[in-house]
Write a protein that binds this ligand. Structure first.
Ligand code: UDP
Ligand code: MG
Length: 317
C-alpha cells in the first residue's frame, strides 16, 4: 500500500474550503477502507497568502483531524509556486502526490483512477478534460488557441490538461531539478519523462466563489508558457526580417528604375507605408527580444520561488 498526498493550493477560498475538505475526506476514507492508500496519506492545503479566512479554516481542519495538513506561505506567490511548495513538501512524506484545485472543478471521483494507474506502474497520470461544456465560449476559445500555439511552437504539452495530476516520488525528485523561476508546470512535467498516462474527466463549474485567474493573469500565464519553452517566436521574427529585407531590395530597384525612366512622382504612400511597416516590425522584435532578456534577468537572480511560514503536519496519524 502506498502513501498518497493530495495537494491543494488555495487563494481566498474560504467559500469553498469547508465543502472541499468534506468531500476530499470522504474520498480519502473510501480509499483507506479499500486498502488503496495508507492511513498516513494526507490532504495538504497550501495557503497562498490569502486575505480571507482560508488559513484559519485550514488550521481548524488540521486541529480537528490530522489527516489534514497545512502549509502557510509567507505571502501570495501565485498558483504555480504555491503548488510547487506543496509538491516539494509532500514528496518528503509521500510515495505519490495528486495536485488539484480548491474549487472542485476537477472531478474528484477520478482520484481513485489516478491511484490505480499509479499502482499499475505509471509515474505521472495526467487528468484531461474530456469536455469544456461548463467553460464560457471565450475561455474555451482562448484555451484551445493556447494549446494549438504551443503545439505549433513544438512545446510538449498535454492537450486540455491543467494542473490536475498524479506524480510519483521519483517524478517529483525530477521536478525538483528544474530550478526555473518562471514556473510553468504543464510544460515542465512532460520533460521529466518516466511512464505516464492520461485519465479523462468532466470539468464542473466552480463550486463557489470566483475564478482567481482574471483575463490579465490568464494571458500573462499563457505568454509565460510560450516564452519559457520556445525560442521560436524569436526565429519567426528573424524570418520576417529577412523577408522584409528582400521586399525592400525589390522596392529599391523599382524606385531606381522608375527614376531612370523618368516617371517617378516620388511615392509618398509607399514611403510612409514602408516607414510604418519597418517601424512596427522593429518595435515588435524589440518587444519579443526584451521578453527573453527579461526572462534571463529574472532567472539569473535565482530568487526563492516560495517561502514557507508555517507547516502543520503530524507524522503519526
Ligand atoms: N490559486 C492560488 N494562488 C493564486 C491564484 C489561484 O493558489 O494566486 C489557486 C486557487 O485557489 C485554485 C487554483 O489556484 O485552487 C486555480 O485557480 P482558479 O480556480 O481560480 O482558476 P481557474 O479554474 O478559473 O482557471
Ligand atoms: Mg478553478
Amino acid at each position: 500500500m502506498k502513501t498518497i498526498w493530495l495537494v491543494i493550493p488555495c487563494y481566498n477560498e474560504e467559500e469553498v474550503l469547508p465543502e472541499t475538505a468534506k468531500r476530499l475526506l470522504e474520498i480519502h476514507q473510501k480509499l483507506v477502507n479499500t486498502n488503496k492508500i495508507t492511513p498516513q496519506s494526507k490532504i495538504c492545503m497550501v495557503n497562498d497568502g490569502s486575505k480571507d479566512k482560508t488559513w484559519s479554516i485550514i488550521s481548524k481542519l488540521h486541529n480537528e483531524n490530522n489527516i489534514f495538513s497545512g502549509i502557510n506561505l509567507s505571502r501570495n506567490r501565485g498558483h504555480q509556486n504555491a503548488l510547487l511548495a506543496g509538491l516539494m513538501t509532500a514528496k518528503e512524506y509521500a510515495d505519490a502526490v495528486i495536485s488539484l484545485d480548491a474549487d472542485l472543478q476537477d472531478d474528484i471521483n477520478v482520484i481513485e483512477k489516478f491511484v490505480d494507474c499509479f499502482n499499475n506502474g505509471y509515474d505521472i497520470v495526467y487528468g484531461v478534460r474530456s469536455s469544456r461544456k461548463t467553460d464560457t465560449f471565450f475561455k474555451r476559445f482562448t484555451a484551445e488557441g493556447f494549446y494549438k500555439v504551443m503545439k505549433v511552437l513544438g512545446v510538449d504539452v498535454v492537450f486540455n490538461h491543467a494542473d490536475y495530476r498524479l506524480m510519483s516520488k521519483r517524478a517529483l525528485e525530477g521536478l525538483s531539478e528544474f530550478k526555473e523561476v518562471n514556473l510553468f508546470l504543464r510544460g515542465i512535467v512532460p520533460q521529466i519523462g518516466y511512464p505516464s498516462t492520461i485519465v479523462e474527466y468532466e470539468r464542473h463549474e466552480r463550486f463557489a466563489g470566483e475564478s482567481k485567474y482574471p483575463l490579465k493573469k490568464m494571458l500573462s500565464f499563457a505568454f509565460d508558457g510560450i516564452t519559457s519553452f520556445s525560442v521560436k517566436p524569436m526565429k519567426i521574427i528573424i524570418n520576417i526580417g529577412i523577408a522584409v529585407f528582400f521586399v525592400s531590395i525589390i522596392m529599391l530597384l523599382y524606385a531606381l528604375i522608375s527614376k531612370i525612366l523618368g516617371f517617378a512622382v516620388s511615392g509618398w504612400t509607399s514611403l510612409i507605408g514602408s516607414i510604418w511597416m519597418i517601424g512596427g516590425i522593429q518595435l515588435l522584435s524589440l518587444g519579443i527580444v526584451g521578453e527573453y532578456v527579461g526572462k534571463i534577468y529574472s532567472e539569473s537572480k535565482q530568487r526563492p520561488r516560495y517561502i514557507i511560514q508555517e507547516l502543520l503536519n503530524e507524522e503519526d496519524v
